[in-house]
Design a binder for this molecule. Structure first.
Ligand SMILES: C[S@@+](CC[C@H](N)C(=O)[O-])C[C@H]1O[C@@H](n2cnc3c(N)ncnc32)[C@H](O)[C@@H]1O
Length: 344
């Protein structure tokens, strides 16, 4: 069983199914010639994983693991699949996040999408009564945060390609918002949502634009969808840590389809601070997560797979000491928060 490539985006795996999958992955160690996950820094090369499989596993895992304790003992369910960043000092006070919240950096990442002065002015003109479509919402934790704490008069459609993530959104977040939040399972590159229906399109750490120095065909379809969904005058607000060399071609592509660059802010320094400050929470989460799986208790091969799982999860969270963390500190990747406008 290769958990990096074989799981399905259309499936939310139950806890017994996950136990069986992890057990089969441990057993498959005996057949594997070369390990695909580095236990030194968690790196997995691009041709060894499929994002659909990785996220199918992660979102089923988060639901199955359920409530955990943060490093300070605070109970929470992991729902923000977001690196996020410490709130930049020159952005003023952030009134939507509390200092002790284990997922505060994820909340910052969502709040920060609406901070550019032109976006703030656009929201003010409409009294905050805007319709938002998010492409790649994960569990909808950020959608819920925006609806509840940032734009309490908005309506929001949150889209993700992972059934397990959308199931969490419908269970945990949709019911509380009285019809303002809708969760849709779909690939954002082929959405059947009404064209010109969104005042804002939100993209927060969606797993696209990952290829260094290029805009792939998938990225093009993704941006075309955002353009099509926006009303004239509407904004694409987008934040992520991606290869630094990919921003420029993405901006050029967006301009080529008619979008206008309005704001670009670099928060890489603050993203590194977030990862440093989040380290103990991530360590505690990964421990509690892998402890649940019996397969990892099998002598020798279970221990080896446990080390791989821990390294891969920590790398996915850009924990200090991992490949993706190093990429942010050495300039390979940068975290930017940007706003583009569709001409009125
Ligand atoms: C790192 S997670 C971020 C999720 C969420 N925005 C958050 O911050 O918690 C990346 C997400 O992008 C989603 N994704 C990647 N490509 C997608 C696509 N073409 N359509 C819809 N979702 C996509 C994945 O399923 C995953 O949920």
């Amino acid at each position: 069983m290769d958990i990096l490539t074989r799981l399905n985006s259309k499936t939310a795996y139950s806890t017994p199914a996950l136990q069986a999958i992890i057990g089969a992955w441990v057993a498959s160690t005996l057949l594997e010639r070369l390990p695909k996950i580095s236990t030194t820094n968690g790196n997995v090369s691009e041709d060894h994983y499929d994002k659909g499989s990785i996220y199918a596993l992660l979102y089923s895992l988060y639901r199955s693991v359920g409530t955990v304790r943060s490093e300070t003992g605070e109970p929470y369910e992991l729902t923000f699949n977001t690196w996020g960043y410490a709130w930049p000092k020159d952005w003023g006070t952030n009134r939507t996040t509390t200092g002790s919240d284990p997922q505060r950096f994820g909340r910052n990442a969502y709040t920060g999408l609406f901070e550019a002065p032109a976006v703030k002015a656009f929201l003010e003109e409409r009294g905050g009564r805007v319709h938002i479509v998010e492409m790649g919402c994960g569990t909808g934790a950020g959608a819920h945060h925006i609806c509840k704490n940032v734009l309490p008069s908005c309506t929001y459609e949150a889209v993700d390609m992972q059934q397990a993530a959308i199931a969490t959104c419908r269970r945990k977040f949709v019911p509380e918002l009285g019809g303002r939040l809708v969760a849709t399972h779909a690939n954002a590159t082929a959405l059947s949502i009404q064209p010109a229906s969104a005042d804002l399109v939100v993209v927060c750490e969606t797993h696209v634009t990952e290829h260094a120095g290029e805009v792939t065909k998938e990225d093009e379809r993704f941006f075309q969808t955002a353009f099509r969904l926006l009303k004239p005058g509407g904004f694409l607000v987008w934040g992520n840590a991606i290869p630094d060399s990919t921003w420029k071609p993405c901006f050029a592509y967006l301009e080529s389809i008619g979008m206008k660059e309005i704001a670009v802010r670099d928060v890489t320094k603050e993203a590194v601070v977030a990862r440093d400050e989040d380290r103990r929470r991530v360590d505690a989460y990964v421990d509690q997560c892998v402890d649940r799986f019996y397969g990892f208790r099998i002598p020798v091969i279970g221990r080896r797979r446990r080390a791989e799982a821990e390294a891969a999860l920590k790398n996915f969270y850009r924990n200090p000491g991992t490949n993706l963390y190093d990429n942010m500190t050495n300039g390979t990747d940068s975290y930017k928060v940007v706003a583009f406008q569709k001409p009125a």
